[in-house]
Every structure is written in structure tokens, then in C-alpha cells.
Design a protein around this ligand. Structure first.
Ligand code: C2E
Ligand code: MG
Ligand code: MG
Ligand code: MG
Length: 285
């Protein structure tokens, strides 16, 4: 934005920042029509069991195929959608698509390989009064059991959460929907607080896996992850690690007792058929 520097003299703040602001503004105003026009799509990234390497499910990650800018990642537009409230219908769309996708996978795989779907929730969706009913409706319409769905909520969204905020999550957890604490370890939350939260999965943030790129890994990182895993397991929480990029990391994290992993080492986020192939391949092999 041009800023008045007194009198009638205007000074351009920072041309790049200005261009970014213009793009932000353009993207923000284009969001509602983009949802109507079907410009969003979802990529799925497998969640792999560290013990036996089998694909257990996938995380749904939304993208925007923008007519001018090409494919935009969620970091470019989710904050804008949160700001304008469009995240509520967009999030509902993501959940509906993902749950239907989970049903398709389950139909094609049979009961032997019950793939589950993880869907990210924004803080604004948490405070939206329709969350529980929308979720129930989506599961019913798709004919999918609640235990096929895991909702990921970031640790920072739940820091200092009062009972009103936790109530819908408790209801969902009682129905059988899993709640995962996403980006765990970045939010400086009180570990004792974990007992209060209706979560069943901790997703360890990528920053922890980074320290394990070499073998042997950084001893301090090892100790921290070891501590988190033992605390999580003592509270009956499963541990998922994100950002696993190498076999060495996967091996370290397996030894440390992590349950599930996600990362480029296994697969990048991709179209739903890709997940189906990966799951089939390991069912066969
Ligand atoms: P997240 O939930 O923590 O998702 C994991 C992010 O890590 C994804 O980025 C994924 O592509 C990336 N990733 C996975 N494996 C690796 C790896 O091995 N190395 C590296 N460097 N990165 C890896 P993405 O797709 O850009 O999504 C970013 C964030 O956007 C997500 O972080 C999530 O917070 C948010 N997001 C994505 N889809 C949705 C959605 O439908 N709704 C909401 N509210 N947020 C979403
Ligand atoms: Mg997530
Ligand atoms: Mg995460
Ligand atoms: Mg993350």
C-alpha cells in the first residue's frame, strides 16, 4: 500500500510487498467463485505403519488450480479463507470429498485393508456451530463409519482451549471419530494439558524428524522424541511422524517406537488412484 509521508507526497513502501498484497487481495476475492467453479482439488498422502510398512490411510491436502497462477498450495490460500470465513464451506467440501474417497477405497479393498482418511480442521471450523452435524451428515451420506475418519487439529488451535471449544471435539470422539493433534511440538503447550484433550493421535511436527536425517541421528533430538513417544503411549495416544524423507529417518523413528509415518520417503501427496495402487501393492507383496 502506498503510504502518506506527509503533505501530498506518497512513498511506495516495498514494491514486492505491494505485489504480494495485490495478489492476496485478488486471491481472496476469487475464493468464493473458485469453490463454485470447482477449482479446488485434493491430493492424498499415504500414512504408513512403521512396524510392517503397510499403508493404513491418507491425509487429504487441498490445492487450488487457479486459472492464472496455476496450482497453489494451501499455505497460499487457507489463511485467506480463514480470514473471510470461506474456510467453513471449503472445509466441508474437503471433508465430503475425502470421506467419499475413503468409501471408494474401502469398497475396492474389502475389509482386509480398511483405509482411513485424515482431514485438517481450521480453528474457525472448530468454533463453527455446525461442525458436529455436518460431520455426521457427511459420514451418513457416504455410508462410512466414524472410525474411518480422523480430524487433524493443530496444537496451537487448542492451546488454552476452554470446555466450549472442546465440546464438539468430545462429541465427535465419542462417536468414534479420531482426533489428531497436528504439528505437535511447535506450540509450547503444557504436556499435562494433553490429558484434557479428546485426542487419540499425536502428529509429531516435521522439525523433529529433520534432526534424524543422518544416521546416527542428533542425540538430543532422539531423547526428545523418545520422551514424547513414551509420554504419548502412556496416555494411550498413537504417534504419527510427518516429514519422513529418508530411510534412515524411518528406521530411527521405528526404533523409537513411533507408530505411523508420512513423508516423501514413502510418497508425495498425489491423486487418489495413486494411494489405491500403493495400498494394493503392499496387500499383494
Ligand atoms: P499439515 O497438516 O502439517 O500437512 C503436512 C504438510 O507437509 C503438507 O504440506 C505435506 O505436503 C507436507 N509434507 C509431507 N511430507 C513431507 C516431507 O517428507 N517433506 C516435506 N518437506 N514436506 C512434507 P501442504 O500440502 O503444503 O499443506 C500445508 C498445510 O496446509 C497443512 O499442514 C495443513 O495445515 C494445511 N491444509 C492442507 N489442506 C487443508 C485443508 O483441507 N483444510 C485446512 N484447514 N488446512 C489444510
Ligand atoms: Mg495435517
Ligand atoms: Mg502436520
Ligand atoms: Mg505441518
Amino acid at each position: 500500500r502506498a503510504k502518506s509521508a506527509g503533505g501530498n507526497r506518497y512513498e511506495l513502501a516495498d514494491p514486492e510487498a505491494d505485489a504480494r498484497a495485490i495478489t492476496r487481495h485478488g486471491l481472496t476475492t476469487a475464493l468464493p467463485a473458485a469453490l463454485d467453479r470447482g477449482e479446488f482439488f485434493i491430493e492424498y498422502q499415504p500414512l504408513v505403519h512403521l512396524g510392517d510398512g503397510s499403508v493404513r490411510g491418507a491425509e487429504a491436502l487441498v490445492r487450488w488450480l487457479h486459472p492464472q497462477h496455476g496450482i497453489l498450495g494451501p499455505d497460499r490460500f487457507i489463511p485467506l479463507a480463514e480470514h473471510t470465513g470461506l474456510i467453513v464451506p471449503l472445509g466441508r467440501w474437503v471433508m465430503e470429498q475425502s470421506v467419499r474417497q475413503a468409501r471408494t477405497w474401502r469398497e475396492r479393498h474389502g475389509d482386509g485393508c480398511p483405509l482411513r482418511i485424515n482431514v485438517n480442521l481450521s480453528p474457525c471450523q472448530l468454533t463453527h456451530p455446525g461442525l458436529v452435524q455436518d460431520t455426521v451428515d457427511i459420514l451418513e451420506r457416504a455410508g462410512v463409519q466414524p472410525d474411518a475418519l480422523c480430524l487433524e487439529v493443530t496444537e496451537s488451535a487448542l492451546i488454552g482451549a476452554d470446555d466450549d471449544l472442546l465440546k464438539p471435539l468430545r462429541r465427535l470422539a465419542e462417536m468414534g471419530v479420531d482426533i489428531a493433534l497436528d504439528d505437535f511440538g511447535t506450540g509450547y503447550s503444557n504436556l499435562a494439558n494433553l490429558r484434557r484433550l479428546p485426542v487419540s493421535v499425536l502428529k509429531l511436527d516435521r522439525s523433529f524428524t529433520r534432526g534424524m536425517q543422518q544416521f546416527p541421528a542428533d542425540p538430543v533430538d532422539l531423547k526428545i522424541v523418545e520422551g514424547i513417544v513414551s509420554l504419548a503411549h502412556s496416555l494411550d495416544l498413537a504417534v504419527t511422524v510427518e516429514g519422513v524423507e529418508t530411510g534412515a529417518q524411518a528406521e530411527q523413528l521405528r526404533i523409537l517406537g513411533c507408530d505411523t509415518a508420512q513423508g516423501w520417503y514413502y510418497a508425495r501427496p498425489g491423486p487418489p488412484e495413486r494411494l489405491h495402487e500403493l495400498a494394493l501393492a503392499d496387500a499383494a507383496g
